[in-house]
Design a protein around this ligand. Structure first.
Ligand code: NCD
Length: 310
């Protein structure tokens, strides 16, 4: 039944920020801001299935689940039956039959977590990044970081302006962040070369700009994105010249110097150091990169707690 599946989906699984009531995310953020280690999920089974490379997101989910006492089964995809032709949905069904209640999925296929959730309404599916679509838990950790760093304890970001710079078109982090940050009231501008930042991104509710210097003028937060070289196809290079890109769209030491004193810099990682961000800026006093990683764990704890409660 379509309606039932949609209802189950929107009440339990975390597939994307867009299209869900902002109150759902606000209450997860409120919980994340004060969450501590507990035994709340002892005896509960969570599985991670990453069909795409990841270090921080996978580790972060494993640590988050562990802090709540849950047991984590890590499906190392290289040795799973996915290689024997079993469909991912069948694999998920097998895990559910063994008592796995939540499945954390990363895939290059946009929409795959939603398909699994639709097929298996009894399973909580958490999207850990699907193609160019969404990466909701990254955005939750980032919103927590912004709220704490800019002193917005109630998650009302209506006086905050965020500039997202770089390979926005290929970025699920950007899509989730635009949805969440604008939902919380922030104004968001995305900037990069027109080849990476199509005008159509305005449909997400952000401004689009092709000059980094214009975009960062007036921003409180500048979120840099990695150029996703692995998403370029043969003969289709993401950028023509690293040097030209860095000078037009890189957070160089010189550009960071020109920012107003209160402006903070973010990057979801992994970084192409010296390309979209200079190492001295990534490690410098304006950088929130470490907080983003730490808060990613807190946000994922709150997501797991919300999904598995009741
Ligand atoms: C991001 C991702 O995988 O989408 N990384 C992450 O989860 N921290 C961004 C990226 O790969 O550039």
């Amino acid at each position: 039944m379509g309606m039932t599946a949609v209802h189950a989906r929107s009440s339990r699984s975390v597939l994307g920020i867009a299209g869900e009531p902002i109150e759902r995310w606000r209450s997860i953020l409120e919980h994340a801001s004060q969450i501590t280690a507990s035994t709340d999920l002892v005896g509960r089974l969570v599985a991670t299935a990453f069909f795409e490379d990841s270090t921080r997101t996978r580790t972060s989910f494993t640590i988050a689940a562990g802090r709540l006492g849950a047991t984590v089964v890590d499906l190392s995809v290289g040795s799973s039956s996915a290689n024997k032709g079993e469909s991912i949905v069948d694999t998920a069904r097998t895990l559910a039959a063994m008592g796995v209640e939540a499945l954390v999925v990363r895939s290059a296929l946009a929409g795959l977590p939603g398909v699994i959730a639709q097929e298996l309404p009894e399973l909580v599916v958490i999207n850990a990044g699907d193609g160019r679509h969404e990466h909701p838990t990254q955005a939750l950790g980032d919103a927590l970081t912004i709220a704490e760093a800019t002193d917005c304890p109630s998650f009302d970001l209506s006086n905050r302006r965020v500039a997202i710079i770089g390979d926005v078109g290929a970025s699920r982090v950007a899509r989730s962040n635009v949805a969440l940050l604008t939902g919380l009231g922030a104004s968001v501008v995305c900037a990069g070369p027109p080849t990476l930042v199509p005008r159509t991104l305005e449909g997400l509710g952000c401004e689009v700009c092709w000059s980094m210097d214009d975009a960062i003028d007036g921003a409180d937060i500048v979120m840099m994105l990695r150029i996703q070289f692995e998403r370029q196809t043969a003969g289709q290079r993401a950028i023509a010249s690293r040097r030209a890109y860095r000078s037009a769209f890189g957070m160089t030491e010189e550009r960071a110097h020109r920012l107003e004193e209160h402006v903070l810099i973010m990057h979801p990682g992994p970084t192409n150091r010296g390309l979209e961000i200079d190492p001295s800026v990534a490690d410098g006093p304006r950088s929130l990169i470490k907080q983003q990683v730490t808060n990613g764990v807190r946000a994922r704890m709150a997501v797991l707690a919300a999904c598995l409660s009741g």
